[in-house]
Ligand binder design. Sequence first.
Ligand code: HEC
Ligand code: HEC
Length: 220
Amino acid sequence: MNIHPSLHAALGMLLAVVCGAAAAQASPGAQPTGTIEERLSVILQDPQQLETYARMGQKVSLFCANCHGDGGNSVKSDVPNLAGQNPTYLLTQVRQFADGSRRFEFMERLIKAMSVDERLGVAVYYARQPVNPQPVRDAALVAEGKKYYDKVCWRCHGEQGRGSESFARVAGQQTAYLTQTLQHYRSGTGSRVNPLMAANTRQMTDADLRAIVAYVSSMR
Ligand code: HEC
Ligand code: HEC
């Protein structure tokens, strides 16, 4: 995707304003301990903390909405939805951007500027947002994609594509993003290499890929 230069310039300033205000509001009280995953599971089990973090996440998400859309339903086909994403998966991706194992320069800079609380906040906020699935444009293609999905992909991403802690939600994801991501896994040349996804895309023809994208993006 092309990022407007003004967005780059605004990054530092906006983050300081949005995230600074959000952090001040969160006031988590006693100093929390443990890994970020351990903290997430504590937050998910505590309705009060969940509300606090979701509210903070919502504030931070105003900046993310420039690309990921309101409530994490992207309006750009090559930018992924974050709505309905599993919070643990989301944090894993955030970590991968931060440590450079997943490359996308803008996201790397952005994530590095975020505190641990802000990362937790966006993860729990987006997880609770409903996903707007993509419309079905070609029912025959969708049916073909479903056959492939039900043979191969469901084992990890779930029968309904809703994912889990280790596997991404894919249901309702943006079409250009899905296409690009699957092509990158298949060729092993992209900014993202994963042995499980490489193994599961190697046999995929371009026709298979189109059908899978049509089906997955329309899943609810
Ligand atoms: C300038 C546009 C832009 C902004 C602003 C932006 N992102 Fe992103 N983000 C992207 C793009 C593009 C990708 C996909 C990168 C790729 O193809 O690997 C992405 C990917 C992600 C992913 C991985 C999603 C997945 O399904 O694997 C997460 C998580 C994420 N962004 C979180 C955020 C958060 C949180 C914010 C706000 C604090 C934010 N992004 C702001 C453009 C943006
Ligand atoms: C053996 C488990 C496994 C199977 C089977 C599998 N995947 Fe995945 N998939 C993963 C893992 C693990 C990731 C996360 C990799 C990463 O962090 O880059 C992933 C990531 C993805 C992503 C990126 C999600 C995002 O939000 O960026 C898409 C899209 C995807 N898989 C689609 C598929 C499709 C379509 C199939 C069937 C052809 C499939 N997967 C089969 C394990 C699997």
